[in-house]
Design a protein around this ligand. Structure first.
Ligand code: FES
Length: 108
């Protein structure tokens, strides 16, 4: 793989069930990550798009958090059903998916 032009960061951080803060891993972050991987493969863009599992992206209360670089698109509450739309609009067309935009809030 050449240097990626686009990176899709998916939080898969998992906290214990008795933790005070919620975490993306316990909400299905790993499944979302895998769906992004499958979607990138299906679109034939693996040569320039990398999907990365990450630790906490500091927006834990917002549901599964996804960030797309280099355009710095932040998404909240991402579900399996949202992945294709994010890939088609945010990655392929470089347009933000407004309905999933992360609010401008402090890091948690
Ligand atoms: S656990 Fe995912 S943003 Fe904090």
């Amino acid at each position: 793989m050449a240097k990626p032009k686009i990176q899709i960061l998916v939080c898969t951080n998992e906290r214990p069930s008795d933790a005070i803060k919620p975490s993306c891993g316990t909400r299905g972050g790993l499944d979302v990550y895998r769906r992004f991987k499958d979607g990138v493969r299906a679109r034939g863009i693996r040569d320039h798009v990398m999907v990365v599992r990450t630790g906490c992206l500091k927006h834990c209360s917002q549901g599964i958090t996804v960030n797309i670089w280099p355009n710095n698109h932040w998404y909240r509450g991402v579900t399996l059903a949202d992945v294709d739309e994010i890939l088609d609009r945010s990655v392929m067309d470089e347009q933000e998916v407004e309905r999933l935009q992360m609010p401008d809030i402090p890091w948690e």
